[in-house]
Design a protein around this ligand. Structure first.
Ligand code: GLU
Length: 492
């Protein structure tokens, strides 16, 4: 049977290096075996999913050189490849599961469920749906449906015994059914949950090997049961270890830049980023650390994936990137790549209007625009000693701005201008004061070319990374401070 793998990102934020990591291993496994690699967009969380996020995920994976055989933008015989366009398919299977007695309608209110969970937790039990609506008569169901009552569809789960999850890398994992919740399959809005959609799609898209993060191991019993209920063959499961911060916690943007776009904006080579991600979970038979995607595919063997906790270490990535620059690019190639990166006409045409009025000779340009092609500016607490803004407020202003910027998608001068004006108004402070530390965070200096235009040129990943860099430079924000600030922020 032809090996078919997939990567299934949810378009709810930045293109995460973890997504690229799963995509790389899925890609290599398919290509090594002459198979196919599919990209599916899991946008069933209608509130958090955005087309902008989908686009940057596609762009980032393409930048890395991971091309898919089927996906929302290239189509294919198993489409649509966006879950939001497949609603009818999920409804059909939810109905089939109900007809066959494997799923049921649940009318429980949020209050009842909260109370039930609180009781279970306080007596040390696993929080799990108690089966309240399992015994409703057809008559009662019909009358409640007729009255238009809100409800969800849940799957039935055995109370006793255990499920054996067969993981290709980890062997058999036994999980007691009593630990598994009667998962909601269709939400009150008619949208499927991840669990129903992933099973239906992996089956209909003929996925043979599911490579995904280890955080999904505990969900596997639900999926296995759904395959059984629907009479479908179970694909092979491969749960990859999660990427970690150097302190071994789960990789997070507070401690490490996690967006692929950041690495692109910093001037890393896509080959080096892919090589590094590959190295985190796998090694060449001869132990060579520098390898190309083709070399990885040629030597790939899923069974040689390492289960040790892989630490994403930016310093190591930098070292590897340095090797790529020195060993794999001649001067011509180097010149082409830096032009592709930032030293190109298109970029200059965006920067020139911002500085044209301020220079008399070209030689004045370098100090003025150097920060556009800089990584993270070298700032310290001293850089933020600003007239009229106390240190305590610098932290508040930067953190509030960062939260707004993290939620912001439309990366244009005017909308950024609007964002900061709104924030200053809500905080009841002068826009000048709010922006003073931002100038330093973004350009490394208190005066710089127009701020919003500069942010627009730098792009979202680099802008946010510089604000985080500034916060670190002034001592970081402790968990306690975050809590306090969050409370204030929510009241704006
Ligand atoms: N949409 C899920 C995620 O983004 C996919 C998990 C899976 O691969 O099954 O993590």
């Amino acid at each position: 049977m032809k090996i078919r793998t997939r990567v299934a990102p949810s378009p709810t934020g930045d293109p995460h290096v973890g997504t690229a990591y799963m995509a790389l291993f899925s890609y290599c496994h398919a290509k090594k075996n002459g198979g196919e690699f599919v990209l599916r967009i899991e946008d069933t969380d209608a509130e958090r999913s955005t087309p902008e996020s989908e686009q940057v995920i596609l762009d980032s994976l393409r930048w890395l050189g991971l091309d898919w055989d089927e996906g929302p933008d290239v189509d294919g015989p198993h489409g649509p490849y966006r879950q939001s366009e497949r609603s009818e398919i999920y409804t059909k299977y939810a109905q089939q599961l109900m007809d066959d007695g494997h799923a049921f309608r649940c009318f429980c209110s949020k209050e009842r469920l909260d109370e039930m969970r609180a009781k279970q937790m306080s007596s040390g039990e696993t929080a799990r749906y108690d089966g309240h609506c399992l015994g409703l008569s057809q008559e009662e169901i019909n009358s409640r449906l007729g009255a238009g009552e809100n409800h969800v569809v849940r799957m039935k789960v055995p109370d006793e015994g255990e499920c054996i999850v067969q993981d290709e890398l980890r062997g058999d994992i036994n999980i007691a059914w009593s630990q598994i919740d009667m998962q909601v399959l269709l939400k009150a809005d008619g949208y499927p949950t991840y669990h129903l959609a992933v099973v239906v799609d992996d089956h209909l898209m003929e996925i043979t090997d599911i490579i995904r993060g280890e955080e999904w191991i505990n969900s596997a019993p639900k999926h296995i049961l759904l395959y059984e209920y629907l009479g479908w063959d179970m694909p092979r499961l491969i749960h990859m270890p999660l990427l970690r911060n150097p302190d071994k916690s789960k990789l997070s943007k507070r401690k490490n830049p996690t967006s692929i776009g950041f690495y692109k904006a910093m001037g890393f080579l896509p080959e080096a980023v892919l090589n590094y991600l590959g190295m985190l979970g796998w090694s060449m038979p001869d132990g060579e650390e520098k390898f190309t995607l083709d070399e990885m595919i040629e030597n790939f063997d899923i069974m040689r994936i390492s289960l040790g906790a892989p630490v994403f270490d930016v310093e190591k990535l930098k070292w590897l990137n340095g090797r790529w620059l020195r060993e794999s690019l001649d001067e011509e190639g180097f010149a082409d790549r830096i032009a592709e990166w930032a030293y190109n006409r298109e970029n200059l045409l965006r920067i020139i209007p911002l500085v044209k009025e301020r220079v008399d000779v070209f030689s004045e340009l370098a100090p003025m625009i150097g920060f556009f092609a800089e990584g993270l500016p070298d700032v310290s607490e001293e850089s933020f000693q600003l007239k009229g803004v106390e240190m305590e407020n610098v932290k508040r202003y930067l953190q509030f701005s960062l939260w707004r910027l993290e939620a912001h998608q439309d990366w244009q001068r005017d909308s950024l201008n609007q964002l900061f004006n709104d924030l200053a108004a809500e905080m009841g402070i002068k826009i000048r004061d709010l922006l003073a530390p931002m100038f330093v965070a973004i350009s490394g200096k208190p005066v710089a070319p127009p701020l919003f235009d500069s942010m627009a040129v730098l792009g979202p990943d680099m802008t946010r990374a510089r604000v985080r860099n500034a916060l670190t430079a002034i001592g970081g924000v402790s968990k306690k401070q975050v809590k306090k600030l969050e409370k204030e922020y929510r009241q704006l």
